[in-house]
Design a protein around this ligand. Sequence first.
Ligand code: NIG
Ligand code: FE
Length: 403
Amino acid sequence: MPAPHPRLLWRDVTIFDGERELPVPMAVLVEGGRIAKLCPSEALPATDPASVRDMGRGGVMTPGLVDCHTHLVFGGNRADEFARRLEGASYAEIAQAGGGILSTVRATRAASEDELLAAALPRLAALVADGVTTVEIKSGYGLTLADELKMLRVARRLGERLPVRTVTTLLGAHALPPEYKDDQDGYIRLVCEEMIPAAAAAGLADAVDVFCEGIAFSPAQCERVFAAAAHHGLRVKAHAEQLSNLGGAALAARHGALSADHIEYLDETGVRALAEAGTVATLLPGAFLTLRETQLPPVDALRRQGVPMAIATDANPGSSPLFMPTLMLNLACTLFRLTPREALAGMTANGARALDLADTGRIAEGLRADLCVWDAGSATELAYAVQPGRLRQRVFNGEITHN
Ligand code: NIG
Ligand code: FE
C-alpha cells in the first residue's frame, strides 16, 4: 500500500511562485500535503532516493490555478442566444426580453439536483484538466430559496467528486425572477431575510455576491444584501461596472468586499475605493470577448493604485461559455494588455486572495501543495500559446492527480 502522502521531489524546475518567475532552477519537496522544501536545485542536500518519489526534472511549475469566479452549475445552454447575438441582438436586450439569465433560470429550476450535478461535472473536469485546483462556484440561476440552495448543494457535491477545492457563493441577487416582476424590493427582502440566513445556517455559502447593474439591482438594493451578509458573518463581492458605471464596486469595497468583478466601466474614484479597502479587482476577459465589449477595464489605474488583479473564466452559459482557464491567461494579455506575469498572478496568488484563501495560490514552504507542472520553457509561454495538453503533472493537496 503506498503511503497516503508520499514525499515527492522535483529538480531543475522553473518556478512561477504566484508573483514572479524565480531566477534559477529550483528543487521542490512535497511532504504531508505541504510544500516542505523549496530551494535552488544546486543547494538541495543529498536525498536518499529510496525515501522520495522522483517527479522528474525541467518544465514550469506554477501553483495550481485558482478560478475565482464561475457559474458552473446551470441547466440547459444558451446556444440560441449566441446565434441571436450574432444577428445583432445585445446581451442587455435579450435580458430585458426575458431571455439571457432568466432562460437559464427556467432550465435550472426544472432540473433536479442530480441532473445539475451530472451536467456540471464535465465542465468542472475541463477546468481540472487545465490545471485548476481551486474553483469558486456561484448560485444565481435558481432565484427561489429552494433552487438557490439546490445549486449550492450541487456546488459542494462537485468538490466531493473531483480532486479540487470548491468555494461557494450565494448569488441570489443575480436577476429579478418573473414572479417578482413588479416587486424588486420584495425580492431583495427574500434574498436578505430567507436566502442568506438559510445558506449561512446550512454552511452552504462561503460568500455572497450581487449583480449591480441597470438590468439587475441598484446600489441601494445591493447595499441591503451586503448588510444582510455581514449580519450572517459572510464576506461579499460584486458583479459591478460590467455594462455601466453605477458605483457598485466602490459600494462593495466600502462593505469590505473580497473582490469587484468585471469592472470595465470602473472610474478612477472606484479604483481608489478598491485600493483603500484592499478589494481585489477580478477581470473577466471571457465575458469581454463574448459580449464583444469595447470598454477596457482601467488596468493602468489599477496598477498605479496597487490594486491586486485576479483573472477568472466567469464560466457560464451566457456571457462566457468558455471553460478553459489557460485561454484566459492569453486573453488577459491580448485583450487587456496585462503582462504574462500579471495574468499568471491573476489566476494564482490574486485568485486565492479574491477567495480569502491564504494557503494556496502560491509556491512557498509551508503552503498547501496544490501545484501544476507544465511542458513549457518559461512562465511567459503559458500565456503566449493557447495549447491544451501541456499540463504534465497536477498535484492537489500533496496528492498526484495527473502524471
Ligand atoms: O458574470 N453579469 C452577470 N452575470 C454573469 C452572466 C450570467 C449569464 O449570462 O448567464 C456574468 O457575466
Ligand atoms: Fe459572473
